[in-house]
Design a protein around this ligand. Structure first.
Ligand SMILES: Nc1nc2c(ncn2[C@@H]2O[C@H](COP(=O)(O)OP(=O)(O)OP(=O)(O)O)[C@@H](O)[C@H]2O)c(=O)[nH]1
Ligand SMILES: [Mg+2]
Length: 293
């Protein structure tokens, strides 16, 4: 009988084989993602201005923290909390998605990039991944325009108020399509709503996480950290310091971006779109409608 894990077998434990199979299936499902590099600007002019102002004031390099995660996990509240910019991003309880487009909240040599959540039925995985990719690129360009260097780190935001589930695993794969598979090397998993844990430790909270979810969560090199976005005082500030410290330690110079086969697909896609636009502007018929004489 053939081993159903055989195609993915490598030097890892049994559990990893199952994980590899599942993740390979997931990646196959998501491989029809078409992330364009050629869409109109995503960050608005005031965001670009905020980035440039922040970078211009920075002594040397600037830390760009890219927030990703499911709708409602607390990304926007995290952007406000980390930047010390209390209400820059709209964060609220809502039955539906709140953040529809990317934006920034800036602090001291710090740019926090807030993004729409995965699982927004209106936006879809493709568009969300494309938005993350493009906004990250624009943030890098805006910093570069000031002559400063940007270091990047990614925070996968999940909430202590819910469970890490299949949607999170899919979102993590989609982040790989947006930022390249190596995004995990400069990423941490931040658990918001730490206030709900009361006295329980992070370790105790994580005990129930096992199987694929545990492996996916532990695959982020910066590890797990807590964040309380509503409380004031020393304990809540210490959590902010811990998150920012990890972001700095696990940051990389230059934005994380896809490479290899996926990057090639993005380039080809962008080329096709440009060509279609050029034809439309010149009133030329699409190639399939050309008359063969
Ligand atoms: N108690 C508590 N509430 C939080 C915390 N972080 C976020 N919230 C609340 O959770 C709700 C959702 O937070 P948002 O920041 O809007 O979530 P989001 O991930 O940006 O949501 P989308 O933009 O829809 O993707 C808001 O009411 C926040 O105030 C936290 O640490 N503790
Ligand atoms: Mg939001």
């Amino acid at each position: 009988m053939t081993d159903r894990f055989e195609p993915f077998r490598h030097r890892c434990g049994d559990l990893r084989h199952r994980y590899c199979t599942n993740m390979a299936e997931l990646e196959a499902q998501l491989s029809n993602l078409s992330i364009s590099n050629d869409e109109p600007s995503l960050l608005d002019a005031s965001d670009a201005q905020d980035i440039m102002q922040c970078a211009a004031q920075a002594k040397d390099n600037v830390l760009v923290v890219v927030l990703v995660g499911l709708c409602g996990a607390g990304k926007s509240a995290t952007a406000n909390r980390l930047s010390g910019n209390v209400e820059k991003r709209r964060a609220q309880r809502s039955a539906g998605p709140v953040t529809k487009s990317c934006g920034v909240a800036c602090g001291d040599s710090l740019i926090v990039l807030d993004t729409p959540g995965f699982g927004d039925a209106g936006l879809g995985t493709n568009a969300t991944a494309a938005a993350i990719r493009k906004a990250t690129q624009e943030a890098e360009e805006a910093v570069a325009a000031t002559g400063k260097e940007a270091r990047f780190s990614v925070l996968y935001v999940a909430s202590c108020a819910s469970r890490l589930n299949t949607a999170d695993l899919e979102a993590m794969v989609a982040v790989g399509f947006a930022l390249g598979r190596a995004w995990r090397n400069s990423a941490c998993l931040v658990w918001t709503h730490a206030d709900l844990l009361e006295e329980a430790s992070l370790q105790a909270f994580l005990e129930g996480l096992d199987g694929d979810a545990r492996i996916a969560a532990d695959s982020l090199r910066g590890g797990h950290c807590l964040l309380d976005n509503v409380s004031t005082g020393g304990a809540a500030s210490a959590l902010v310091e811990d998150v920012l410290d990890r972001c700095r330690r696990f940051s990389r110079i230059g934005r994380p971006q896809p490479s290899g086969k996926h990057a090639r697909r993005i380039r080809q896609d962008a080329m096709r779109r440009r060509e279609a636009r050029r034809r439309a502007e010149n009133g030329e018929a699409p190639p399939s409608l050309c008359r063969v004489m």
